[in-house]
Design a protein around this ligand. Structure first.
Ligand code: KIV
Length: 250
């Protein structure tokens, strides 16, 4: 189990983070040996079939955080603060405590919300920041960091989050050299998703790296297995067996 104080070591060794949302997949990730399980608000898209992460709230997130933490009792569980749950520092701290009560060891929040980071940290709960593409508020899904202004903003937000007490930063869909620059500049580990190799660790969405959902993957994701095909094979086998009176056996 990674404790908040363990994060500095990931400036030196690669950190593996993956999303999981339920009991069985969290158990699989724990057995596989991931360092951190993120119960991401991406569950709105990949589990609930909603079009935006903004459509999931604290009640739903708590349900999934509880399920994942029961599936992976020895792994550090990160709960994603859903849209609006961190809008003010006091609200953010209250919701982070709720997540802790559901089984999370830390929380992740999107954007340069320095006061919210301070408020949550002052409750003894570790915070992971998230910069670059911010799905809760993004107007476009373009890679971030191609203008001087954008680069300066992201760089100073990264420094501000580290100073406010964040233990790590997720950098999403960002120019690779900017992610590497941030990684060199700040004292806390960076975890990339579509941010290239110059970071301290990687995070991927479970349904992408296991090949659970059909269709196009984001350009930066990679499927390491084809669970969808295997599930389809099992489901078709079951349908077939029932229709041919081969199951249940007589
Ligand atoms: O919600 C999520 O899965 C995330 C990852 C993309 C980092 O925030």
């Amino acid at each position: 189990m990674i404790l908040a104080g363990d994060f500095p070591r990931f400036k030196r060794e690669p950190l593996v983070m993956a999303t999981a949302y339920d009991f069985p997949f969290a158990a699989i990730l724990e057995e596989a040996g991931v360092d951190l399980i993120l119960v991401g608000d991406s569950l709105a898209n990949v589990v609930l079939g909603l079009s935006s992460t903004r459509e999931v709230g604290m009640d739903a997130m708590c349900l999934f955080v509880g399920a994942a933490s029961r599936g992976a009792p020895l792994t550090h569980i990160v709960a994603d603060m859903p849209y609006g749950s961190d809008a003010q520092p006091a609200l953010a701290a209250m919701n982070a405590k709720r997540f802790r009560d559901c089984g999370a060891h830390s929380v992740k929040l999107e954007g340069p919300k320095f006061d919210a980071v301070r408020a949550i940290t002052s409750e003894g709960i570790a915070v992971i920041g998230h910069l670059g593409l911010l799905p809760q508020t993004a107007k476009s899904f373009k890679q971030v960091g191609h203008s001087d202004r954008e680069r300066d903003e992201v760089l100073s937000a990264a420094e501000g989050l580290a100073q406010a007490g964040a233990v790590a930063l997720v950098l999403e869909h960002m120019a690779f050299d900017l992610a590497a620059q941030i990684t060199a500049r700040i004292p806390i580990p960076t975890i990339g998703i579509g941010a290239g190799p110059g970071v301290n660790g990687q995070v991927l969405v479970l349904h992408d790296f296991l090949g659970i959902r059909g269709g196009h993957l984001p350009p930066f994701a990679k499927a390491f297995s084809d669970v969808r095909q295997e599930a389809l094979r099992g489901a078709r086998g079951y349908c077939d067996a029932v229709r041919k009176h081969a199951f249940p056996p007589v």
